[in-house]
Design a protein around this ligand. Sequence first.
Ligand code: NAD
Ligand code: DAO
Ligand code: ZN
Length: 369
Amino acid sequence: MDVRAAVAYEPGKPLQLETVQLEGPKAGEVLVEIKATGVCHTDAYTLSGKDPEGLFPAILGHEGAGVVVEVGEGVKSVKVGDRVIPLYTPECRQCEYCLSRKTNLCQAIRLTQGKGLMPDGTSRFSLNSTKLHHYMGTSTFANYTVLPEIAVAKIREDAPFDKVCYIGCGVTTGIGAVVYTAKVEPGSKVVVFGLGGIGLNVIQGARMVGAEMIVGVDVNPSKRAIAEKFGMTHFVNPKEVEGDLVPYLVELTKGGADYSFECIGNVNVMRQALECCHKGWGESIIIGVAAAGEEIRTRPFQLVTGRVWKGSAFGGARGRTDVPKIVDWYMEGKINIDDLITHTMPIEKINDAFDLMHKGESIRTVLTF
Ligand code: NAD
Ligand code: DAO
Ligand code: ZN
C-alpha cells in the first residue's frame, strides 16, 4: 500500500515527505494507522549522524499512537480497531530477559530491530524499489507502520492519540524511572538534573509517589515555572551556585538525595548526580543518553560507601503491561501530559518540530496525520 512518510535520506539533512510503499503484516504482526507522533531527541540524535547505529535511508519516529487496521496470522492479543501505542522496547513475555523479571529489555526481536528490519529480516518500507530502514522497530513518522504483535500496547478506546502518543517514550521514560527503576518511596528527597521532556516527567512521577522534596537542577532558568507546576519544590541553577554544586545539593537536602536522576546525557552531570546522593543508600539513575564514546567517572569510594549507580531504559517499563496503566493514570487525571505538549502541528511541518526542539523552544511537539 502507499503511505505518507517523512524519509530520512541522509544524516544531517531535513526529512522529506514522500509517498512510500509498505507491505502488509506477516504472521504475528499488525498494521497500525499512526494518528499522532511525538518528536524526541533520540530521533534528532540519529538524524544528526552521531548515532553509530543510525541507518539511512530510514523512517524515524518512535513515540506514536494509532489504531490496528489489519492483523497477521496468529495474532491474538489485539484486533482490528484497537487503539495501540507502538513499543520500541517490546515485551514478548517468553524470552530469558522477560522471564527473569529483572529487566524490561526484552530481547526477542533485538537483533533485527537494531538492523532496521522486521523480525523476518526484511524491510517492509520501500520507495521506488529502494529499501527504507525501519527505526527502533516503530517508524512512527509514517501514517501506517507494521509492528510485531509483541511491540504494541493495547490501550483504552477513549484515549486521545495526540496526547497519549507521548507515553510511547518521554512520559514512560520519566515516570517509569521513578516508579519502576528507582521505586521511590513516599517522603523521599529527589534531585532531578535537566528539566526537559524527560526530567519534567521524573518530577511529576516523584510527586505522584509522594516524594517530600523535589529539587530541579537546570542551567535554563525559564524551566523553573513549568517544573514548579509539575511538583518541583526547589530550583537550583548551577550557574548561580557559588563553589561546587555537589556540596550545595548535599546541604540543601540535609545529607544528600535519596534518589537522583540525570536527564541530560552529560557525563560530568552524571558524576554530580551520583555524588549528591546520600551516603549509605542514595541511588542515582542515569536516563540521559551520552554521545557515542563518552565515559563516566567517579571515585570507587562513592560506591563503597553505599551510593548506587543505575541506568533506566524506557523507564524500566514492561510495555504491554505498564503502558496501558500509564494511559489510565493520564485519563484519571493522576498525571498531566497536556501542559508538556507545547506544540501540535501536521506531519508536513516535521522539520519545524525538529527546529523548535534544537532551539529549546518546545518541550514536546506532537505531529498529527
Ligand atoms: P531536553 O533537551 O528537553 O532537556 C534537557 C535539559 O537539560 C534542558 O532543560 C537543558 O537546559 C538542561 N541542561 C543541559 N545541560 C545542563 C547542565 N549541564 N546542567 C543542568 N541542566 C542542563 O532533553 P529531554 O528530551 O528531556 O531528554 C533528556 C535525555 O534523555 C536525552 O539524552 C535523551 O536522549 C534521553 N532519553 C533517554 C531515554 C531512556 O530510555 N533512557 C528515553 C528518551 C530520552
Ligand atoms: O539492547 O536491549 C537493548 C535495547 C535497548 C534500547 C534501550 C533504549 C533506551 C535509550 C534510548 C532512548 C530511546 C528514545
Ligand atoms: Zn522478551
